[in-house]
Write a protein that binds this ligand. Structure first.
Ligand code: CA
Ligand code: CA
Length: 217
């Protein structure tokens, strides 16, 4: 009997520990099929760097270089389809399905969800590598560590850490110079995304040389 009481007590402690690590907002768990995410622009590119010195998602660029709003909107719904209001933004983040990019720090929405369960990411990404939805790379939105079942978001992430090793150093300078001087269009260095490779792209690359991921990466 005593053993049963002890085991029950231990189980309760583990459950409480689990609830603490998963955050109270994840009880009940948001529904990964009903919850959704979207971008209003249809073809956006954002420049990112390990230190996150690129533009905010609301200042992304379309194919011709024009500024487009590529904020990622998320609606968090519970299993009954009801909006989860005031949901903690730290339980929502972005990842990429591609192994060729990394995120130094998880990007979260700016605010808790509103009365409709909606919030948005308007952040500068601490990313390296190269992400291209046209090549099958998918942006993944996670809520409480579960994937949302959403269509591919039309957002390309180009970064100055071309070899994706956590910094922008001589190796990246050599790669950039090789692409830049080739005279060929290479989308991974079209940092000022206007369909051409020129001084504007060099300026953005140069602005992030010697950057590292923030401590903790
Ligand atoms: Ca690098
Ligand atoms: Ca360009």
């Amino acid at each position: 009997m005593l053993k049963q009481i002890l085991l029950s007590g231990l189980a309760a402690v583990f459950l409480m520990m689990g609830a603490g690590s998963a955050a109270a907002d994840c009880m009940p768990m948001p529904d990964a099929f009903l919850s959704t995410a979207w971008i209003f622009s249809t073809d956006a590119t954002i420049f990112a760097s390990p230190a996150g010195s690129g533009p905010l998602l609301s200042q992304a660029q379309g194919p011709n270089g024009a500024t487009v709003d590529a904020r990622i909107w998320v609606q968090v719904l519970d299993p009954m389809g009801n909006p989860m209001v005031g949901f903690d933004p730290t339980d929502i983040w972005i990842e990429s399905s591609s192994g060729s990019v990394y995120s130094c720090l998880p990007a979260h929405p700016s605010t808790p969800t509103d009365i409709n369960g909606i919030t948005s990411f308007d952040v500068a990404l601490n990313w390296g590598g190269y992400h291209d939805p046209d090549l099958g790379d998918q942006l993944i939105i996670k809520i409480c560590n579960q994937y949302l079942m959403i269509p591919n978001l039309p957002l390309r992430v180009v970064t100055s850490d071309l070899n994706g090793d956590g910094d922008v150093d001589l190796s990246d300078v050599i790669s950039f110079a090789s692409f830049f001087l080739s005279g060929l269009y290479h989308p991974s260095i079209d940092y000022y995304h206007d369909g051409t490779i020129n001084l504007s792209d060099l300026v953005r690359f140069s602005s992030s040389t010697n950057q590292l991921c923030p401590p903790g990466f």
